[in-house]
Design a protein around this ligand. Structure first.
Ligand code: TRP
Ligand code: ZN
Length: 857
């Protein structure tokens, strides 16, 4: 009989096959004897039989790339059977026993950045999702939780692990984490680090030490991250009643990291990009991301760590909820309206795109080959939208009651989406059976709204439909909360506003209104759907001018702009709509708008957004035509609003020292938006001046971007100056690479290729690889060059990276997911590159799965 979890020919893992673990762990003790190429890991694990599993079961432990030195059970040597994924000890085994093993690993050779590895001379770990098995033999699955006691031996000045401090002495440090946790939350860091320290008093009066660890020289760039951490701790107490539960909370910044950050218990590890900031080196965007990611990882302490996932199919249980929480936090810290607009723009650009292509999958997937491929926009961002809908349906109070019950009922457990929905049902009395489809059905629902008004009645008919996605040809109707309001002819709100619960394929809603309204539907983007309406440009212009819902005000403007772009993309000879220019000019001059919101309103849709819309309507996308359309709109609008933009640019100048707060950032956002428009008129004169005088990275980069976007006069000089100033600051240099990768100037590919091949380019660093290679693949007009040069360049680098850091390579490869949008020639070119990747010897499981899925749909 095949022992459970043993490797098998079919590498697909299925939710339906879940079995509780045969053995539970009472306690885990680890000793690390650090050595760059031969680290010894000694483990002592107390196993007990799981009463929930009948019968006798062998001991199955995962382990990869481990050199076994010894293995004992209750002090006696054992001879496990080893295979590619781990080992098996066949019975008979006592009901409780201690496993003791010693293994050797080579952190220096580990370029996967998964398990124990070295980044810039420093030891660090990444264990989510399945990295712990590269450290020692273990039941490395999230439903096996245990307290960890860790001893680190070595000559590193700083040696850290999870939990509270134990004994420390010459050449060793001990750490104890009393809270049972799965192995994916384990962390170890050792190196020559310095700390920025602070403290926090929790709501029950406990003192918590806060430490942010960085390389010497970076200690002056931690203040904002620390401030964000303290605000996160306060917010989670005030809004969710959640208090921190150890005596110390530590964050370590590392240079080489596959993702943004990781919520290891009491010892978060961060991509340095999301910790380090100073006005000279970080943009307003960077500050915003640092705040959000610090909060995200901190919030995981309750949603992820104290309550974790039963298995990796439940990933959205912690990620969707924690993204939702960090979005709520950012809305509270900044402006709810612009945060929402930004989140929705991201959702559409990344998640709608995923849901419309070959990589579409449900928020809770049902099968995978490589779990690392499922840390996606769908699990994270759509997962967060699903929680926002739940909250809207049950109300703020019901939501808080359900969350209180969740923490009370499931603290210390490894849970499922069923557990999560049950607390909402129990706390609010609601039946969520149909709502659950949001977790199981992939694809973006499409809602069509039609309305008629007569005799004091407005009749609104809604229809919903979701197109087939891979493996899911038929979809049932979903519960869609539609927030709405009505505007009367004079632009004021009439009637009641509220939320419709739309749950059938088709439904009619009737409203009694004295005047014919312009309805404002899906306010605040109350559901992640595509809304199709039969409205005229005049109706949209009316909503743009009068809607009291800021999201829909922005949305109306965006719809108008998108419509103009589509017309021009289809017919290059068409004129830029005069009505649109009038509306745009009115908007540009509207001084009542808040700066940041106004900056958003003044943005045009991007190339990706226009392409996605054309594809959605079943039309073939021509990236050159899309580019030309947006360019024509940009030029026409720039001519029209030139004077307004010059005024705005002058009026938003400031002599105050840089501050990262939302108001100051909003002012800079508006001023730099104006600069973009002015640059289309003055050939870059204002941008050159701004670049020369800027005293902060936001303004410096905006000016350089305005020049480099088209390689205008002064662009080369700005790039050279910037490089000279920042060549030793790796994070700032990433921006220099990214800017050139984004340039829509002709010759961008040649430039990017030369940069990539230059020996100064450390492509093995994921931040560098993403800045140049991944950003280039997000530069539509150059990546999709008709001769296929962009595709080939990109594929070559994916192949190279696949041998080094497959997780990052596979993530970046997702750029090919839209290949079916394009003409047959481009499709053939992309297919050839995908097949070349597929034919690579030793292709990783990560890349094999992504490329296979892209090709098969
Ligand atoms: N759990 C992390 C987060 O969302 C994500 C993460 C960090 C991750 N590193 C990873 C996921 C490596 C997969 C692989 O905060
Ligand atoms: Zn997370």
């Amino acid at each position: 009989m095949r022992p459970e979890d043993a490797p098998r020919a079919d590498k697909t893992i299925r939710l339906a096959d879940y079995q509780p673990p045969a053995w539970l762990v009472e306690e885990t003790r680890l000793t690390f004897r650090l050595h760059p190429t031969a680290t010894r890991v000694l483990s002592e694990i107390r196993f007990v039989k799981n009463p929930a599993r009948e019968g006798d079961h062998p001991l199955r432990l995962y382990g990869e790339q481990l050199k076994s030195i010894s293995a004992k059970i209750d002090g006696a040597d054992v001879s496990p059977v080893f295979d590619e994924e781990g080992l098996t000890v066949s019975g008979p085994l006592p009901d409780a026993f201690t496993w003791a093993a010693e293994v050797e690993v080579d952190p220096s050779a580990n370029t996967t950045l998964d398990g124990l590895y070295m980044s810039n001379g420093m030891y660090c770990t990444q264990c989510e999702a399945e990295g712990f098995r590269k450290i020692t033999w273990y039941p490395d699955r999230p439903d096996v939780m245990a307290p960890f006691h860790v001893r680190i031996e070595g000559d590193q000045p700083v040696m850290l692990s999870n939990g509270d401090r134990g004994e420390t002495g010459e050449g060793f440090a001990e750490w104890s984490d009393p809270w049972p946790k799965p192995a994916y939350l384990f962390a170890l860091v050792a190196g020559d680090l310095v700390s920025h320290d602070d403290a926090f008093t929790t709501m029950s009066g406990r003192e918590v030490e806060l430490r942010i660890w960085v390389r010497s020289g970076d200690e002056g760039k931690c203040a904002y991250a620390m401030d964000a951490l303290k605000r996160s701790m306060t917010w989670d107490e005030e809004v969710y009643g959640r208090e921190y539960d150890l005596d110390i909370f530590q964050i370590v910044a590392v240079e080489d990291f596959n993702m943004g950050a990781m919520e290891n218990k009491g010892l978060n590890i961060f991509n340095s990009k999301y910790v380090l900031a100073s006005p000279e080196t970080a943009t307003d965007r960077d500050y915003e991301f640092i705040e959000a990611i610090i909060a995200h990882e901190y919030f995981h302490n309750w949603t992820g760590n104290r309550i974790t996932c039963r298995d990796w199919f439940q990933l959205c249980l912690k990620e969707g909820l924690t993204v939702f929480r960090d979005q709520q936090f950012s809305a509270d810290m900044r402006s709810p309206a612009t945060q929402r607009i930004g989140n929705v723009a991201q959702l559409r650009a990344r998640q709608f795109r995923e849901d419309a292509g070959p990589l579409a999958h449900p928020v809770r997937p049902e099968e995978y080959i490589e779990i690392n491929n499922f840390y996606t926009a769908t699990v994270y961002e759509k997962g967060a939208e699903v929680i926002g809908m739940l909250r809207r349906l049950v109300g703020a109070e019901g939501y808080r009651k359900a969350l209180d019950l969740y923490f009370e009922r499931h603290d210390g457990q490894a849970c499922t989406i069923e557990d999560w929905l049950k607390v909402f049902e129990d706390a609010t009395g609601r039946d969520l059976a149909q709502f659950k489809r949001w977790y199981s059905q992939a694809g973006t629902p499409r809602v069509t709204a039609t309305g008629v008004y007569h005799g004091g009645e407005y009749q609104l008919t809604l229809r919903q439909e979701t197109r087939p996605t891979p493996g899911q040809p038929d979809k049932g109707p979903q519960v869609i909360p539609i927030a709405y309001g009505f505007l009367g002819p004079d632009g004021s709100e009439i009637g009641e506003s509220g939320v419709l619960e739309f749950r059938d394929e088709e439904a009619l809603f009737v409203f009694h209104l004295d005047e014919e309204p312009v309805p404002s539907l899906l306010r605040g983007f109350s559901a992640p759907v595509i809304l199709e309406r039969e409205m005229t440009a005049a109706d949209y212009a009316f909503l743009m001018a009068h809607d009291t819902d800021p999201f829909n005000k922005w949305e109306a403007g965006r719809t108008l702009s998108l419509d103009v772009a589509l017309t021009l993309a289809r017919d290059p000879a068409a004129e830029v709509s005069g009505e649109w220019l009038d509306a745009f000019a009115t908007l540009a001059a509207d001084d009542r708008l808040d700066d940041e919101f106004r900056a958003f309103m003044l943005g045009l849709p991007g190339q990706e957004e226009v392409a996605a819309k054309l594809a959605d309507m079943g039309e073939t996308v021509d990236p050159d035509a899309v580019y030309a359309a947006l360019d024509a709109m940009g030029d026409a609008a720039a001519a029209r609003v030139e004077a307004t933009m010059r005024d705005l640019y002058e009026s938003r100048a400031s002599s105050e020292p840089y501050a990262p707060d939302a108001a100051a950032a909003g002012r800079r956002a508006l001023r730099n938006a104006a600069l973009g428009w002015i640059t289309r008129r003055d050939g870059g004169a204002a941008a050159r001046t701004q670049f020369a005088n800027a005293d902060n990275m936001t303004d410096s980069l905006a000016a350089m971007g305005a020049l480099v976007g088209r390689m205008r006069e002064g662009a080369e000089a700005a790039l050279a100056t910037f490089h000279e100033r920042w060549k030793n600051d790796s994070l700032v240099l990433d921006k220099w690479y990214a800017m050139q990768a984004m340039s829509s100037a002709e010759g961008a590919l040649d430039r990017v290729r030369a940069l990539a091949e230059d020996e100064a380019f450390n492509w093995r660093n994921p931040n560098k690889f993403r800045s140049l290679i991944a950003i280039f693949a997000a530069n539509p007009v150059r990546f999709h060059a008709k001769d296929g040069g962009g595709y080939r360049f990109f594929a070559e680098w994916l192949i190279k990276m696949d041998d080094v850091t497959p997780q990052t390579a596979a993530r970046v490869a997702g750029a090919f997911e839209t290949w079916r949008r394009y003409d047959v020639d481009r499709q053939a070119l992309i297919r050839a590159e995908l097949m070349r990747i597929q034919a690579k010897p030793n292709l990783s499981k990560d890349m094999g799965e992504i490329v296979g899925r892209i090709l098969s749909a």
